[in-house]
Design a protein around this ligand. Sequence first.
Ligand code: ZN
Length: 393
Amino acid sequence: MQNDFELLASDQHSKARRGRLKTAHGVIDTPAFMPVGTQGSVKGVSPRELCELNAQIVLGNTYHLFVRPGLDVIKHFGGLHNFMSWDGPILTDSGGYQIFSLAKLRKITEEGVEFQNHIDGARAFISPEIAMEIQAALGSDIAMVLDECVPYPCAYDYAAKSAELTARWAKRCREWKGRNGETAKRGLTDSPVRRFADSMLFGIVQGGTFNDLRRASAQAMVELDFDGYAIGGVSVGEPEEEMMRAVESAEPFLPTHKPRYAMGLGTPPQMLQMIARGMDMFDCVLPTRLARNGTAFTAAGTLNLKNAEFALDKGPIEENCACETCRQFSRGYIRHLIKAEEILGLRLITLHNLHSYLNLMSQARTEIENGTFDQFRKAFVAEYKTRDAIPVE
Ligand SMILES: [Zn+2]
C-alpha cells in the first residue's frame, strides 16, 4: 500500500501530531475534522460554502447512498464527486455502522450481513467485497473496510468473536482492492475500479471496551498493512473514560507514519483529548445535528439559542468569531428564525458550528507546530467545562 501521509511535527508533552495526507482530490491537513455528508450533502450547506469554511474533506455514508438513491444513479452521474459537485477528497464509510444502528432484521454470517433497510424495508446483502465495490463506484478517496460495530455494553466473548470477524472481513476487503485494482490497472481504459486502486483503504480497530481485544484488533489490522487505521465502536453510548481507554489501548500498536481516525467523534473537548492521544482525523454529526435544534458551539460550551434570554441580544453567537454568521447576525435575530422555523436560522447556526469545529482543528495544528498544544488543550477543556451542556469529562 502507498504512504501519502507526512508527519510534520509532534508535540513534546502529548501524543498530538501535525500531519498532511495527500489524496487524488487534494491535501488534508491533520488534525482534521470531516463534515458529515450523510445523504451526499452536508445538511444545509453547499460545496461552495464548505470551501469557504476551509473544509478539506467530507464524509459520505455508503449505507445511505446505497439505499437511496442507489448505486445505479450514482454510477450514472460518474461517482459521488460529480453527483454532489464536490471536487475535494471524500472519505466513505463501509456502511457497517449504519447497518448495525439503523437497519432491521440483520443476519450476520461469515460471508457478510443481510439486512432490511430502514427506508422501504427492502432486503439487501453487503459482504466485504460488495462494500469495496460500492465504495469504488462512489469514487471514494479514502475507503473503509466493512466491520461489525458492537453496541455498548457488549459481553467479552461476543466482542472477541466480532473483532476476529472484522479482521477476516478486513483481509477480504484488502484482497478485493488489490486483486481488482491490479486487473483494472492492466487495462487501458480509465474506470472507477482503476481509480479506486490508487485510493486509500483504512482498517478499523474494534474490540469494545476491552483493552486486550483493542490491542489484538490493532495488531491484526496493522499486520494487514492498511493506508491508515480507524478506531471504531467508540462514541456508541459508553462513558467517556471508556472511550478514551479504547483509544489508549489501541494507539501504541498503530504505526506512527500512518493516519489515525477516531470514528464518530465528538464534542470539541473530546476531539482535543483524542488529538492528545495521537488521533488525526474526526467526523461527527453534532455540529450539523445540534444546529437544527438551535444549539451553537462556542469555546465556552454550547448555547441553546431558543432560550428566552437571547430574545433581545444584539451580540453575535460568539464574540470574535470570524464566521459569516457572527459577522452579520445577532443572537436575537437567529433566535427569532429558529422559533419561526425559518430555514435560514438552522443554516446560520450550522455554518457557525462547522466553522467552530474546523477552526478548532486549525488552531490545534498551529499549537502543535508551536509546541504549545498541551497548554492549549488544558485551557480549552477547563474553559469549556464551565458552561457546558454536554458532559465532557
Ligand atoms: Zn460564528
